[in-house]
Design a protein around this ligand. Sequence first.
Ligand SMILES: NC(=O)c1ccc[n+]([C@@H]2O[C@H](COP(=O)([O-])OP(=O)(O)OC[C@H]3O[C@@H](n4cnc5c(N)ncnc54)[C@H](OP(=O)(O)O)[C@@H]3O)[C@@H](O)[C@H]2O)c1
Length: 354
Amino acid sequence: MTYRVVQWSTGNLGRAAIEGIVAHPELELVGVWVHSESKDGVDAGELAGIDPLGIRASRDIDALLALAPDCILYSPLFPKVAEIEHFLSAGINVVTPLGWFYTKHMNVEGLEKACQQGHSTLHGTGIHPGGMTERIPLMVSSFSQKIGRVRAEEYSDCRTYGAPDVLRDYMMFGKDLDEARKSPMTDLLRDGFYQSIDMIADEMGFRLDPEKKSSHEVFAATAPIETPIGPILPGQLAAQRFAWEGTVDGEVVITAAVNWYMGHSNIDPKWSIGEGGERYELEIAGDPPITAVFHGIHPTSDAVLEEVQNRNPGIVSTANHCVSSIPYVCNADEGIKSYLDLPLIAGRARLDLT
Ligand SMILES: NC(=O)c1ccc[n+]([C@@H]2O[C@H](COP(=O)([O-])OP(=O)(O)OC[C@H]3O[C@@H](n4cnc5c(N)ncnc54)[C@H](OP(=O)(O)O)[C@@H]3O)[C@@H](O)[C@H]2O)c1
């Protein structure tokens, strides 16, 4: 059985997704939607940096839906809910890293109705949130009992992140600390991480307090730091930690946290990422206590900056997690489905080994 897939947008993630779809033995790429006029008509393989695929990118939504895809991998910068509802009610399954990881405590009436109307499925997935903050901790937690705390934390050197506007305008690197404290990221990321916290709490049985907590610590450069977005000067934002937490009677029991920084030198000495360098780190404080550290989702130290900015392993992993879920989502019952509803999602062997 082969599933027909349309890739919706070709940013960093969309380009990696095209590669992932082509490499997946059960998937066939049948179309690609682009936002930019300059990409209209360009071969999908060329956009993804691989061999030509004979599929021309298009801005024509109706023409893409007429291809009758089984699934759309939806990864533009911001979601348009009406657009997703349109796909779902037309009977097309949707996989996306933009949200809907766990919707039990959200108002998703319109999307659920669209799924029922089109007998289709919506699945939110990704890496952080969408993998490291709920799917993987839940799996690891089964090796432990009497669990008092679950923590999932990202440590990323952002010099290899190939989105200069996002680094400056959303992550606030290089801004004065007072301005950086107003980062929109705390709110932008909150909804996704709160869903991760809810999924863990519901599945593991934590009785969470009604209000969750979020925090943002900022750290300044102490001397100029050279970065791909220009020098960061003393007093400007060079490192930061966001945390979103669920508590029981005020005690923190579930944490999702993000550490973003620009290199390792000339930063306020109060800043520390501990041992282990760039990584995703999980902690299950139970009996026995378990720690899992994931490497490989960040560039290696000898990576060429331009290459990883164009094809960052974290983005490739996020795209692959979306791609890997597609056959399971196409096989699922109608509705919005989280990992708790789907079977174990696995990657696939290299094509010449299948
Ligand atoms: N859950 C997770 O773990 C996770 C991880 C990484 C990323 N994400 C999310 O995935 C999304 C894509 O990330 P990315 O790295 O691929 O971003 P990106 O490289 O900035 O690409 C954004 C895409 O959005 C399109 N776009 C720009 N303006 C648009 C508009 N007004 N209307 C519709 N589309 C527009 C662009 O189209 P053109 O290329 O045609 O101009 C581009 O393809 C982001 O929302 C990001 O937050 C989630």
